[in-house]
Design a protein around this ligand. Structure first.
Ligand SMILES: [Mn+2]
Length: 428
C-alpha cells in the first residue's frame, strides 16, 4: 500500500498568490506531517505564463522543493493557457532529496522501489520494469487544436474522446498485469469527465469532454487522480476510485463547497481517499438588480466578517441619484476585502427602463414615453378613451372618422383597438 498526496489546480500567479500560497503551504505541511510516500500535482500549477522573477514562481518552487525533500513528486502538464508548455521544465532542475518527475507527454512511469522515477519509452511499458513499486499512467492535458489540425476538425472533440478511450483501454492491459503482480496502480490526467459538476454547480454535459467514467475505469487502475475541474468529486467502481481534489484555493466568487486536497491510500486491489480541506478564503457575493438595498447589506454584513465580499448592482440611467459607496464599505467594515461593482444601464439599451415597476397602464405608457423621449400625450388620451368608453362606441367613432378617433389605414373592423394601436405613429 502506498499513500499519495494529490493536489491540483494550484493556479499560482501574482493575483492569486496570497490565497493559493496559504492553501498550498498548509496542504504541503499537512501531507508531510501525515507521512505520505509520494505527491502528485495533476495540472495547472500556474495560472498563466509567469516571468521568472515574480514572487509566485519563487513561492511555488519553494513549496515543490519542500515537498520533494520529503518524497518523490510527479507534476503533470495542465491546460496550456494556464501552464504554457515548458513551464514545468524549470522544476526538473530543482536540486531535491527525492526526484521530481514532469509528465508532459503520454507515458507510463514507474516509481521504483529505490524511490526513482522510470518512464516508459513509448506511451506504455512493453514489460513492467523489475523493481517497480507503483505504476503511474500519465495523460497530460489534451490540446484539441492539435487533434483538429491532424484530423477532421469538425469532429475533433469527439475524436479526442475516442482516442483517449482506446488509450485508456491500452493502459488497462499493462495495469491488469501490474495489479496481478501485486502493484498499486495510479493514473493521472487533466480534463473533464462527462456529467461532472463545476465549482459553480453547473453540470458538464455534451460530447466535447475528454472522459466518461466508463472510459476512466477501463484503464484498470486502483486510483484515477484527476485535475482541471475545481470542485472535489469522486466516482467509485467497486474498490476503485476516480476523483478530483478540486482547486487548492478559492479563486472566484460563487464557488461552492470546501477547497482542499486528497490523501489517497492505494494498493493492487483498490484505493481509499480522504479529503483534507485547506484554509481557503470565504467569498460572499451580494447581487442587486437595482440599487443596493442597505438593509440587505446590513444583514449580510454579519456573515461577511473576515470574508471577501463583492457587492454588485445595476440600475437604469434615467433613475437619478448615485449609490453611496462609502456607506456600503462602512457597513462591511469587518470584511477582509470589499469589491464594489456598479453598473448603470444606458437608456438606449434599457429601451423602456423602469416600466415594469409601474402599476397602471397609463403610468407604464408615461414611463415609456419618458425613457424613449417622445410626447406620449396623444397615446395617453386614446388610452383613457379606450378604458372609459364602450367598445361599440369607439368602433362607431372610428367608422364615422370623428375627430380624435384613430382611423386604421388597413383596418379590420373586427379588432379596431389593436389596429388603432398598431398604426398609431409610434416613434422607433
Ligand atoms: Mn484549473
Amino acid at each position: 500500500m502506498i499513500r499519495v498526496a494529490h493536489f491540483s489546480d494550484l493556479h499560482y500567479a501574482g493575483a492569486t498568490l496570497s490565497e493559493v500560497h496559504r492553501c498550498f503551504s498548509f496542504a504541503v505541511a499537512t501531507a508531510i506531517a501525515r507521512g505520505v510516500d509520494c505527491a502528485v500535482i495533476s495540472g495547472d500549477s500556474t495560472d498563466h505564463a509567469l516571468e521568472l522573477h515574480t514572487p509566485a514562481v519563487q513561492a511555488l518552487a519553494r513549496r515543490l522543493q519542500q515537498l520533494a525533500a520529503h518524497c518523490p513528486v510527479l507534476l503533470l502538464q495542465g491546460t496550456y493557457s494556464h501552464e504554457p508548455p515548458g513551464t514545468l521544465d524549470l522544476f526538473r532542475l530543482l536540486s531535491t532529496r527525492h526526484p521530481i518527475h514532469v509528465a508532459d507527454r503520454i507515458e507510463q512511469v514507474a516509481l521504483m522501489r529505490a524511490g526513482e522515477w522510470l518512464a516508459s519509452g513509448g506511451w506504455r511499458f512493453d514489460s513492467l520494469p523489475e523493481e517497480a513499486g507503483v505504476v503511474f499512467s500519465c495523460l497530460p492535458s489534451v490540446n484539441k487544436a492539435d487533434v483538429a489540425a491532424a484530423i477532421d476538425a469538425a469532429n475533433a472533440a469527439e475524436a479526442v474522446g475516442e482516442a483517449i478511450a482506446s488509450l485508456l483501454r491500452g493502459w488497462g492491459v499493462v495495469n491488469r498485469r501490474a495489479r496481478l503482480a501485486g502493484l498499486p496502480t495510479v493514473a493521472v490526467s487533466h480534463g473533464t469527465v462527462l456529467g461532472c459538476f463545476t465549482e459553480h454547480g453547473v453540470p458538464m454535459a455534451g460530447l466535447d469532454h475528454e472522459f466518461t467514467t466508463s472510459s476512466l475505469f477501463s484503464a484498470e487502475v486502483s486510483a484515477f487522480m484527476l485535475g482541471h475541474i475545481h470542485k472535489h468529486q469522486v466516482w467509485r467502481d467497486g474498490t476503485r476510485l476516480v476523483a478530483y481534489p478540486g482547486s487548492i484555493g478559492r479563486l472566484h466568487y460563487g464557488e461552492e463547497g470546501d477547497k482542499g486536497f486528497l490523501l489517497w491510500s492505494v494498493d493492487a486491489n483498490g484505493a481509499g481517499l480522504e479529503f483534507v480541506p485547506t484554509p481557503a478564503r470565504r467569498m460572499v457575493h451580494i447581487d442587486f438588480d437595482a440599487k443596493p438595498d442597505m438593509e440587505v447589506v446590513r444583514i449580510a454584513a454579519a456573515q461577511a466578517q473576515g470574508a471577501y465580499v463583492r457587492v454588485r448592482w445595476c440600475f437604469p440611467e434615467e433613475e437619478s441619484g448615485t449609490v453611496d459607496r462609502a456607506a456600503i464599505v462602512a457597513e462591511l467594515a469587518g470584511a477582509a476585502e470589499v469589491k464594489l461593482e456598479g453598473r448603470v444601464v444606458p437608456v438606449v439599451r434599457s429601451r423602456a427602463g423602469g416600466i415594469s415597476r409601474e402599476h397602471s397602464l397609463p403610468e407604464k405608457v408615461r414611463r415609456w414615453a419618458e425613457a424613449t423621449g417622445v410626447d406620449g400625450g396623444g397615446l395617453l388620451a386614446r388610452l383613457e378613451r379606450m378604458e372609459a368608453a364602450e367598445v361599440e362606441q369607439i368602433v362607431a367613432e372610428i367608422a364615422r372618422g370623428e375627430s380624435g378617433a384613430i382611423v386604421p389605414e388597413h383596418g379590420s373592423q373586427e379588432c379596431p383597438v389593436d389596429d388603432a394601436l398598431a398604426t398609431a405613429e409610434l416613434p422607433r
